[in-house]
Design a protein around this ligand. Structure first.
Ligand code: FES
Length: 137
């Protein structure tokens, strides 16, 4: 799997999310409890933008009339039909066994590490044959 630089960390402050295009794919980047998570910005139901959804948590009730919010900031609700997904794993809450948002591993690298690589431009072998430059791809 190839690594791609997405953005400076300051662009996605704690509790926020932002949409980026990485290798032609829309990737929603979320920051939850100091960690970054990436999801394909395409709901597996009918393609709604998960980055445009509301981020929330899970309401838990031990008995009628009482409830509490847990895991606040760890779920995103698709704005089209309300399906909810775990930002950490992409798991859906409407059909966890079958439906999952596509998630991507994220990490933070220092500026020095980013400038050193492994972000290397792709090279291709080139040679000269008589009067023509030939590239192999
Ligand atoms: S498109 Fe996301 S819930 Fe329908």
């Amino acid at each position: 799997m190839t690594q791609h630089v997405v953005a400076p960390v300051a662009e996605v402050p704690p509790g926020s999310h932002k949409l980026y295009t990485v290798k032609g794919r829309p990737i929603a980047v979320f920051k939850v409890d100091g960690e970054y998570f990436g999801m394909l910005d395409r709901c597996p139901h009918q393609g709604g933008s998960l980055c445009a959804g509301v981020v929330s948590g899970v309401l838990v009730s031990g008995k009628p009339g009482t409830y509490r919010l847990e895991r606040n900031g760890e779920l995103v609700r698709c704005p089209w039909h309300g399906w909810e997904f775990d930002i950490r794993t992409g798991q859906s809450y409407c059909d966890p066994a079958k439906i999952r948002g596509k998630s991507y591993p994220m990490s933070v690298a220092s500026g020095a590490a980013v400038s050193e690589g492994p972000y290397v431009a792709e090279t291709v072998p080139v040679r000269v044959e008589q009067d023509y430059i030939v590239v192999e791809m």
